[in-house]
Design a binder for this molecule. Structure first.
Ligand SMILES: *[C@@H]1O[C@H](CO)[C@@H](O)[C@H](O)[C@H]1NC(C)=O
Ligand SMILES: *[C@@H]1O[C@H](CO)[C@@H](O)[C@H](O)[C@H]1NC(C)=O
Ligand SMILES: *[C@@H]1O[C@H](CO)[C@@H](O)[C@H](O)[C@H]1NC(C)=O
Ligand SMILES: *[C@@H]1O[C@H](CO)[C@@H](O)[C@H](O)[C@H]1NC(C)=O
Ligand SMILES: *[C@@H]1O[C@H](CO)[C@@H](O)[C@H](O)[C@H]1NC(C)=O
Ligand SMILES: *[C@@H]1O[C@H](CO)[C@@H](O)[C@H](O)[C@H]1NC(C)=O
Ligand SMILES: *[C@@H]1O[C@H](CO)[C@@H](O)[C@H](O)[C@H]1NC(C)=O
Ligand SMILES: *[C@@H]1O[C@H](CO)[C@@H](O)[C@H](O)[C@H]1NC(C)=O
Ligand SMILES: *[C@@H]1O[C@H](CO)[C@@H](O)[C@H](O)[C@H]1NC(C)=O
Ligand SMILES: *[C@@H]1O[C@H](CO)[C@@H](O)[C@H](O)[C@H]1NC(C)=O
Ligand SMILES: *[C@@H]1O[C@H](CO)[C@@H](O)[C@H](O)[C@H]1NC(C)=O
Ligand SMILES: *[C@@H]1O[C@H](CO)[C@@H](O)[C@H](O)[C@H]1NC(C)=O
Length: 544
């Protein structure tokens, strides 16, 4: 059900009755009530068949007939967090704003993306504590396409755990992670006795063994007094150490060199296999010449692009104590290795001209489009190759943030069963959802009786209609005690059976002959079940 089809006046009434947690797959379009916070600071969706409460989107700039065709197919990955988020953590959505996967069981998440590990598409997800200093202490998880954890690793650095700022899988199935380490340091220059430094590090880790294959520590190579964030009131204790460098991105290329980003030095460092600094871009002593309009500050998410002829980054242009411009921007630099220079290739200006004081990312896409996550501001926007908006989404208005926003293709069949809720009020409705499933095209409803609870009698077929599908049970079929759904993919293959579920919540496992291999494309022997033919079409997902 998509409530945007309901007249605005009805929506408003609904909002009065149940402020900001309206049922079902709902998105809003240019909703002033959403933007002003009248619907609450972190509006969220709720469902019958699931306890998920994902952030509800408001398309501040909606896609339209002329822009929809240019939108790159794929799913959106965000991880809302902050005091106004109902349930913090990883969320995958269709581009319509309909939920695909709720991964909030892992709690507050920062880096959350698709990657490739051992030739398989996987989800990479950081989970842990984010400290007041804006660094993290936790674990990086790799999930397969059934959402099973296949690796769980952290830093290997004198007890420091993995920081949240980055995790990248290399072509050799190693992981690059960031880490922070408090250590005593002579800060008498700043009149701090018994000083403490919060050092930045990155490591290349073997996710299977947890071994560190390479460790780089910023203070070994960079003068701690050469950057832009003075100690201020920090530097006095291990839990108040001075974060002079603030590493927030790490990459490795086929030359075996690393490209990293230091927010507090306004500098990208290119680092050789011995740890030596090959060149720097930005900061007080850039070794690469920066052309017009290429100066960046407090940046995030520096990545090579176009076979190392370009670098993309999120140029914050500010932090909580300093604004360097009217707005942040996505930035694409042409990198001229011969001339040792960078020049402006492209920039992406936010819809709401403003500075993102922390976080943010730039995801350049294959089609030439770019998705930008505005970090501390709960916005993301997709641009076409000419830098025009295709749409802009807000996913909260208060303290709602997402470290990054990504756009990936992702195919998954969970190792769980679809979830069913039977509502027997007035006319019976069966609600079904299957957290994380991307391949369901049609739900087949079956009924069974108390006498033969596990004998499924097919009743109807319904096209998947967003995260949750509401299946109306026809009056002649309301006598069944139990209802069950079977998930069919677009090739009419059964990919899962739900439990048999009654209106009082009694739930019984599928029958013994109803087994399918989740994540296995082999068709089960379903001699009796005819190919489903959708009888109702409720999905509005005309792209994803
Ligand atoms: C479609 O959206 C784009 C981007 O916001 C806008 O420039 C354009 O005018 C819109 N076109 C129509 C027909 O509304
Ligand atoms: C990852 O490993 C750590 C250390 O063993 C453990 O505490 C944590 O629970 C694991 N995370 C998950 C999600 O299993
Ligand atoms: C980390 O551990 C190594 C090996 O035990 C030691 O040499 C080094 O001094 C330690 N570093 C810190 C910062 O404690
Ligand atoms: C350190 O203290 C001295 C003497 O009070 C003062 O002159 C100097 O400005 C101080 N330096 C800093 C960085 O605060
Ligand atoms: C992967 O391993 C090969 C062979 O050792 C090496 O040449 C290449 O640089 C490595 N790539 C990365 C990104 O580490
Ligand atoms: C500036 O960087 C160059 C290398 O590009 C280095 O030789 C020089 O020592 C640096 N100067 C300062 C003041 O850091
Ligand atoms: C990428 O650039 C390298 C030179 O740095 C070149 O040898 C290689 O062919 C390029 N690859 C592609 C796919 O263009
Ligand atoms: C490299 O620099 C030289 C001298 O500044 C200039 O003439 C040339 O056009 C530059 N080349 C490129 C590819 O920008
Ligand atoms: C998803 O796959 C489609 C079809 O191959 C492709 O056109 C699109 O670029 C992909 N989207 C992303 C975000 O990679
Ligand atoms: C299915 O039924 C079994 C057996 O009663 C129960 O253990 C399980 O939690 C149920 N699963 C779901 C998704 O309802
Ligand atoms: C798919 O199922 C078949 C039959 O049960 C099994 O032999 C095969 O190993 C499974 N493949 C995967 C990838 O799980
Ligand atoms: C399971 O067994 C029952 C009873 O024999 C049969 O009616 C039903 O068609 C079977 N279902 C499947 C999926 O094979």
């Amino acid at each position: 059900m998509h409530l945007q089809r309901i007249p605005f006046s009805c929506l408003w009434l609904l909002a009065l009755l149940t402020p900001w947690n309206v049922l079902a797959d709902e998105v809003m379009y240019e909703s002033n009530d959403y933007s002003t916070g009248a619907l609450g600071l972190g509006p969220f969706q709720t469902f019958f068949s699931s306890s998920s409460t994902p952030a509800m989107w408001n398309f501040v700039v909606p896609y339209n007939e002329s822009t929809a065709g240019q939108i790159e197919p794929g799913l959106v990955f965000i991880a809302p967090r902050g005091t106004n988020v109902n349930s913090q953590g990883a969320l995958i959505y269709e581009k319509t704003g309909d939920l695909i996967w709720d991964g909030t069981q892992y709690g507050q998440t920062a880096t959350f993306r698709v990657s490739t590990y051992k030739n398989e598409p996987v989800i990479l997800l950081w989970t842990g504590e984010i400290t007041a200093s804006g660094t993290g202490s936790g674990y990086d998880l790799i999930l397969n396409n059934q959402y099973e954890i296949i690796a769980n690793f952290t830093a290997n650095l004198n007890g420091s755990l993995a920081d949240f700022h980055d995790v990248v899988i290399t072509e050799n199935n190693t992981a690059l992670i960031t880490a922070y380490q408090a250590k005593t340091w002579d800060l008498s220059l700043y009149n701090i006795s018994d000083g403490w430094l919060l050092d930045s590090a990155f490591q290349e880790i073997d996710p299977e063994t947890g071994d560190a294959l390479f460790t780089w520590i910023a203070s070994d190579w960079v003068d701690v007094n050469s950057c832009y964030a003075a100690p201020g009131t920090t530097g006095t204790a291990a839990n108040n150490a001075w974060d002079f460098f603030h590493i927030n991105a790490v990459n490795k290329d086929n030359f075996g060199n690393y490209l990293i980003s230091s927010r507090h030095c306004h500098t990208l460092f290119y680092i050789g296999p011995d740890g030596n600094i090959i060149w720097t871009i930005g900061g007080k002593n850039s070794s690469i010449f920066q052309g017009d309009n290429t100066i960046f500050s407090w940046q995030h998410d520096a990545r090579w692009a176009s076979n190392q002829t370009q670098i993309s980054l999120f140029d914050n242009e500010g932090t909580s104590w300093e604004l360097d411009s009217t707005n942040s921007r996505g930035l694409l630099l042409d990198f001229d290795a011969t001339n040792n220079s960078v020049s402006l290739a492209n920039q992406w200006i936010p819809y709401n001209i403003s500075v993102t004081e922390s976080q943010g990312n730039v995801h350049t896409l294959d089609s030439g489009n770019t998705l930008i996550g505005w970090g501390q501001n709960p916005w993301f926007s997709e641009y076409d190759a000419n830098g025009q908006f295709l749409y802009v989404v807000e996913f909260g208005v208060g303290d709602v943030q997402s470290y990054r926003a990504y756009h990936f293709n992702w195919t998954a069949t969970p190792n769980t069963l679809p979830s069913v809720f039977v509502d027997a009020n007035s006319s019976t409705t069966v609600y079904t959802s299957w957290n994380g499933a991307t391949e369901v095209a049609t739900w087949q409803l079956s009924g069974s009786t108390a006498g033969s609870p596990q004998l499924a009698i097919p009743l109807s077929n319904t096209s998947r209609g967003g995260f949750e599908t509401a299946i109306s049970v026809s009056d002649s079929d309301t006598s069944y005690t139990f209802y069950q759904v079977a998930a069919f993919d677009s090739n009419n293959k059964i990919i899962a059976y739900s439990n048999f579920t009654s209106a009082d919540g009694t739930s019984m496992a599928p029958a013994a002959n109803q087994t399918v291999n989740a994540g296995n494309s082999t068709s089960p022997s379903t001699s009796s079940s005819s190919s489903p033919k959708a009888t109702t079409t409720s999905s509005s997902s005309w792209f994803y």
